[in-house]
Design a protein. Structure first.
Length: 278
């Protein structure tokens, strides 16, 4: 595979940022002239990192290059700091990560790289914070993605959040939650925003708009697995169709995410095999 790291000044992030891009290699039996000037547009996976990560995480900690090579898949991995893939308009000069992906990075990648902008050729996945980002983009921009894979993240019913809840994802006193709610303009504003994935899924479950969805969680993930099971039950009750993937003996960890992204690529149904050196 070809691996590029591109640094540029982002209008939406108000500063320099980086994105890593994996592109398929030239098959050895194809001439450079034919391959590089052939005009082929590849299917693309938008792959999001988790908290404290960056655009290099998936490359350093998994075999994503190999998995992409096996399917001739391009992979785009942005850097998002600890933004929750949300807009932070009052942070410094503004760090509008949610809009950055769809309004700036996607046009850049489609315009400058050999990837397809067709819905059926675009997929999104992420782990932990990146999983929350992936499902948020999938439900709010369903026309952009054929499928989404959510690893070690899950929509939560916001009405169940309360101060002092033992689960940090439901605890309104959790410092990260408090900052997130303040950024959104308060709890009520958050409930009625694009962040309320639980409610948006309920609204769109029978519309036919949603991309195909996969949810994955390690069964030893102390924070998430109970919420994962709760959401799976809710999805079954509302008729939300999804692929569910869980494994015993795995927590919130890269061993699981390496397996999870392989399952996601299988779930996406990519049928093109690589002709390169792998």
């Amino acid at each position: 595979m070809s691996l590029l790291t591109y640094t540029f000044e982002s209008q939406y992030l108000n500063g320099n940022t980086q994105v890593s891009v994996i592109l398929p290699d030239k098959p050895r039996d194809v001439s450079p002239e034919t391959f590089y000037r052939g005009g082929k547009r590849y299917k693309v996976l938008w792959l999001l990192h988790g908290t404290c990560g960056d655009n290099n995480d998936w490359i350093r900690r998994t075999n994503i290059e190999l998995y992409a090579a096996e399917k001739n898949l391009a992979v785009v991995m942005p850097s998002a700091l600890n933004s929750n893939y949300s807009n932070w308009e009052e942070t410094m000069l503004g760090y509008n990560m949610y809009d950055y992906l769809t309004e700036e990075l996607m046009p850049l990648i489609y315009g400058w790289f050999p990837v397809s902008d067709k819905r059926n050729d675009n997929f999104i996945a992420g782990l932990s914070m990146g999983g929350r980002g992936a499902i948020k983009y999938a439900v709010n921009h369903p026309g952009r993605f054929a499928a989404a894979a959510v690893l070690s993240a899950v929509p939560v019913e916001l009405s169940k959040m309360r101060c002092g809840d033992p689960n940090i994802l439901l605890d309104l006193d959790n410092p990260r939650t408090m900052t997130t709610l303040k950024n959104a303009g308060g709890f009520e504003a958050f409930v009625h925003s694009n962040e309320n994935v639980w409610a948006i899924l309920d609204e769109k479950v029978n519309t036919g708009e949603l991309p195909r969805l996969m949810f994955a969680c390690g069964e030893d993930d102390a924070v998430l697995y109970g919420l994962f099971c709760d959401f799976q039950k809710h999805a079954q009750e509302t008729g939300l169709k999804a692929h569910w993937y869980s494994l015993p003996g795995y927590g919130h960890e890269w061993r699981f995410w390496d397996l999870g992204i392989q399952e996601a690529i299988r779930f996406f149904g990519l049928d093109e095999e690589c002709g390169g050196p792998y």
